[in-house]
Design a protein around this ligand. Sequence first.
Ligand code: CA
Length: 225
Amino acid sequence: MTKILLVEDDDTISQGLRYALEQDDCALIRTATVAEARAALDRESALEFDLLLIDLGLPDGSGFDVCRYARSKGDAAVIFLTARDDELNTVFGLDMGADDYVTKPFRIRELQSRIRAVLRRHSGTAVTQLPGGVRVDTGKAEVTRGGTRVTLTALEYRLLLFFMAHPGQVLTRSQLLSGVFDAGGSFVNDNTLTVYIKRLRAKLEAPGGPTLITTVRGLGYRLEV
Ligand code: CA
């Protein structure tokens, strides 16, 4: 049984989520404001939530406030529910220790698969070492290279996590596109993917250092381990 705190002011979304997640063997407590969420975190401390699903735009504040408060109380996994316009804000969310995000409107199945992935990462070893002194701490959503903090955007980080879930395996461009970008992301095309991979390499591979992401001509890309 996965214990989830939902913080979402939209009744329709909340009801849909409750129905789907309870089918999925989750116990859901729903709150609609920052104040209610804080009260639930105080009240239910013994219950120990496994996961928080937090809408960014709440009537009395931001989902970041809830995330910050939850982080001060425990280490539940956090997924943000964001509007398309919040895309850039999710970078700060991941910086604050959120584990992932989904962009509205999302398909419930997509959210369910993200929940499973996040909970799996959360219960497993948080730190992964990659070639070139790259260290990824998924518990803190923190990436360092040679001990220096590397700042990734939300999508760059998600791309890296997707590679890490398939270490040493060749991933085709379409696998990467469907695995990393939201279903509704029609603005994402092949060129966007090329740009993201290039940026990720520039941030993580030291000049003259080992290759982290190898291009496999005609097939796709592979994360070296
Ligand atoms: Ca909202």
